[in-house]
Write a protein that binds this ligand. Sequence first.
Ligand SMILES: Nc1ncnc2c1ncn2[C@@H]1O[C@H](COP(=O)(O)OP(=O)(O)O)[C@@H](O)[C@H]1O
Ligand SMILES: [Mg+2]
Length: 398
Amino acid sequence: MAETILKVKNLYKLFKSNDITANEDVALKLLQEGADAATVLDKSGMFAAVADVSFEVQRGEIFALIGLSGSGKSTIIRCLNMLHTPTRGQILVEGSDITKYNDEQLLELRRTKIAMVFQNFGLMSHRDVLSNVCYGLEIRGMGKAEREAKGMEMVAMVGLEGWEHKTIDSLSGGMKQRVGIARALANDPDILLMDEAFSALDPLVRNDLQFELLRIQEKMGKTIVFITHDINEAFKLGSHVGILREGRMVQVATPEQMLSQPANDYVRKFIDNVDPSKVFSVRNIMVTPSCMIKATDGVNIALQSMRNNGVSSAYIVGEQMHFIGIITLEDALAVRAGKKTFEEAVIKDLPLITDMDTPVADVVELAASAKFPLVVVSEGNVLRGIVSKASILSSFCN
Ligand SMILES: Nc1ncnc2c1ncn2[C@@H]1O[C@H](COP(=O)(O)OP(=O)(O)O)[C@@H](O)[C@H]1O
Ligand SMILES: [Mg+2]
């Protein structure tokens, strides 16, 4: 069941220009009548960075906010943790209006509920990776052993194991942003705010981090508000996408809805830049198999894991996630009854997808005729995910 975790209602953020006669009430009235930012500035001396923006974010989803530079993205995200005080409007986090919070409540909100990841990383270069990740826990007064254990968990989560005692300066941009994400996650916030967090990274690194983020999000079920000016990134990551223009929300929709029913020409122009093969590649729709066992685990673990996950087959991996094959519930039971060996029961002859950037369209037929979800592997036969018929279908529906 979808549950609204964040609700923004009629949000306005106005900035005073140098005009000493600047009048907020005049500006708000003009904006409510639909005036554009230039007119409002001219007639009221107020600059409308955000005007009458409303949207809802469901728990566990990635909501992507997209717009050209200056369209109000950063201003909105800064209102979401009250780094900016909105001029008007409500921001409900789990139903509670944070615009009414006092300083103490805001501090608590930022420590426990909402964390932010910045484009320029915002890391402390004189500290190592681990102590950057643990910083939030440290200022909350958590003991060293406990916070470092938690920190190491997050370091591993973002794929930086072995780097925990390296200095920040020795890291690449992509790694720095992994640290930024780990630090934000360490406080275990419900909501992660990411302001152009990947925009400064080069395309390949960026691709990797997008994938990592999807994986982390799937695993930890965090709610993420993700800002970008790249429509491909928005469509790849966002389950809902909001398009901003000059401080106003033009459309909020799923990527598929936006593609099939753009609200107006402005949206249409934006999505003309969408590269469908990028949006709908295998990488974007594959999921981690819920039932995965090691070859050394044996049949009882396989059965138990299938039972726990309510599925009728298990994916078997060797060292370093090397993909071996599938065992079905039926075969696993036969092995336990002594009717065949584990080795005989493992199905190895399966179609594999070896390039995660394969367009979804290219694997539809293969998936339709396959008995099991398609297995996606990267170089060295490393299991990366599976693609089910259902996920392929839903990538085409709106
Ligand atoms: N503190 C401020 N004072 C005055 N104007 C501001 C301030 N912050 C942002 N703006 C203006 O508001 C508009 C939206 O800015 P911003 O939210 O940073 O856009 P984006 O993140 O989409 O590039 C811009 O025109 C910017 O100049
Ligand atoms: Mg910005």
